[in-house]
Design a protein around this ligand. Sequence first.
Ligand code: HEM
Length: 407
Amino acid sequence: MSEEAIVDLAALGPDFARDPHPTYADLRRRGPVHRVLLPEGFTAWLVVGYEEARASLSDPRLSNDWRNSPGAADTDDDPWSSPHMLISDPPRHTRLRKLVVKEFTPRRVQALGPRVQEVTNELIEAMLARPDGRADLVQDFAFPLPAAIICELLGVPFSDRDKFHRWTTQVTKQWNGAEAEAALAELDGYLTALLEDKRANPSDDLLSGLVRQREEDEDSLSDTEMVGLAVLLLVAGHETTTGLLSNGMLALLRHPDQLSALRADFSLLDGTVEEMLRHSGPTGTSLHRFTTEPVQIGGTTIPGGGELVLIGNTPANRDPSRFPDPDHFDIRRGAANHLAFGHGVHACFGAPLARLEARTAVRSLLERCPDLALDADPSSLTWYPSAMMRGLPHLPVRVRSADHTGS
Ligand code: HEM
């Protein structure tokens, strides 16, 4: 085992949350894996090199199952009371993922295209209608867009968004023990009641489809698995996309040359979204992995027996051995093999929906708001104090220039 001291990322405070890249660059220079204390308050092995991260994401000795965490004698130690695919290993993972992929078809995603455009337009018009021409790009746009779409996809009432947003924010970005576990329990209770309702009043949304599947196929999801899946989709389906839209637009607005190039040629749009994911993606690290046997990564042997390992999507995506001049935001670089959506059996299956939303949102914002600009000094922005999820609670922008204000 490496004798390296624990690197205290928590002690770096808001500076690390705002800009973790110099710290990660320093760690990467020293080696691809380190023991760190995270701002979230726990210690883990963090993989920071691209090749090592990619290999670790498909290493079966790194388990997603909480029952492989130290001292977990049974599933009661699992803070997620309802199992779901992201905290499962094959074969349970394979079975759970297959059942959902049956419902989450490319056709279902494609069919959401017009609705994504419609919600995008409504949100942009509402921002433009403000007399002072100012808006908060997170609260007024980057949160409500994916929230509305995931609600529509799953069949969750959009009117409940404030309630579930509070719970999902707590679970993903402010994990602090008891309060976050209570939030997760509330989310569980809310979705259990909603699924009951789907059983009685099915429609053509995804949760109704899963309820129907269950009635037709006895190998389909159990009650607790269905709740676990609904929680996962609701959390994974909007918090991440909110982060992509706001972090990505911040990067674009901070690079006027790239912004003008995109405005002049929208064939650069797909590449822009991939570069946003690579340069400023919302997933700082993977979810927890636990060693089931000793694993050698780079020159370091991580012991077996449930050592906690996190795989750093953010540091891997800035590894100069994979992405030359990695801190440079370059929409033409061809960043498609970034790790923002993970890799291996747990690779994000919501990626086509996230890309659809991001492409629609970015293009429409630039087309409808020719004067779109930041309305704050980037160094004054507050970031969530999390290494696992990178995101901003607020992003002040001007959607119209001062000249046009009030016109
Ligand atoms: C920009 C948006 C998104 C990003 C950056 C993102 C990122 C990720 C990453 C990195 C993972 C793997 C985590 C790990 O290996 O520990 C993942 C898994 C997952 N994502 Fe996403 N995601 C996004 C949007 C979505 C959306 C819109 C949905 C659903 C509609 C979704 C559903 C899922 C699910 C269900 C998994 C678990 C897959 C499995 O365990 O097999 N994600 N996502």
